[in-house]
Design a protein around this ligand. Structure first.
Ligand code: APR
Length: 169
């Protein structure tokens, strides 16, 4: 598996699957989630509502992942994962690692070979970037999968630089 880094907007990535830093409700939000629904159009929300009405009546548990159509995005699927909110009182790292592992498991189910990830939990959920980068990179490297390329799409120069350092270390 090749791990690559790109600075930019994840919604423009031409990949088999784009991972959404969603929340348990699956019904949208700000950040990556807002951008995906805005640019992907209403089919994604309709698919999420269907999931809530069927498989996940109580919402998607934190650390798990589920796929929908990518609507109008230049990708085949969106894999929604609910990251943990950062806590100084409790170590929620296993849940953050689980988001990457479960997303790759769903990617395998979809036969996706190129997958774009955002830096899950590092925005509204406040996870420190360097620690999040360690968890992200070490988890995808340790997860057996058919995915050929994991592309981390970082929103700013700072986030990109942190991932670059961690990847090179
Ligand atoms: N492309 C790539 N990265 C982005 C984009 C984008 N279009 N928009 C934001 N980011 C970056 C942020 O700068 C941050 O580093 O993605 C990272 C994750 O930020 P959030 O999207 O805020 O995700 P998270 O911290 O996991 O919080 C999830 O936010 O939008 C809600 O519904 C979502 O409640 C959930 C919560």
């Amino acid at each position: 598996m090749k791990v690559t880094l790109v600075q930019g907007d994840i919604t423009g990535q031409q990949v088999d699957a784009i991972v959404n830093a969603a929340n348990s409700s699956l019904l949208g939000g700000g950040g990556v989630d807002g951008a995906i629904h805005r640019r992907g159009g209403p089919d994604i929300l309709a698919a999420c509502r269907h999931l809530r009405a069927t498989t996940y009546p109580d919402g998607l548990p934190t650390g798990q992942a589920v796929a929908t159509t990518a609507g109008r995005l230049p990708a085949h699927s969106v894999i929604h994962t609910a990251g943990p909110v950062y806590s100084t009182k409790e170590d929620r790292s296993p849940l953050l690692a689980s988001c990457y592992r479960e997303s790759l498991r769903v990617a395998d189910e979809l036969a996706a070979t190129t997958v774009a990830f955002p830096a899950i939990s590092t925005g509204i959920y406040r996870w420190p970037m360097r620690n999040a980068a360690h968890i992200a990179i070490s988890t995808v490297r340790a997860t057996p999968s058919q995915v050929h390329e994991v592309r981390f799409v970082l929103f700013g120069a700072e986030a990109y630089a942190v991932f670059e350092q961690v990847l090179g270390a």
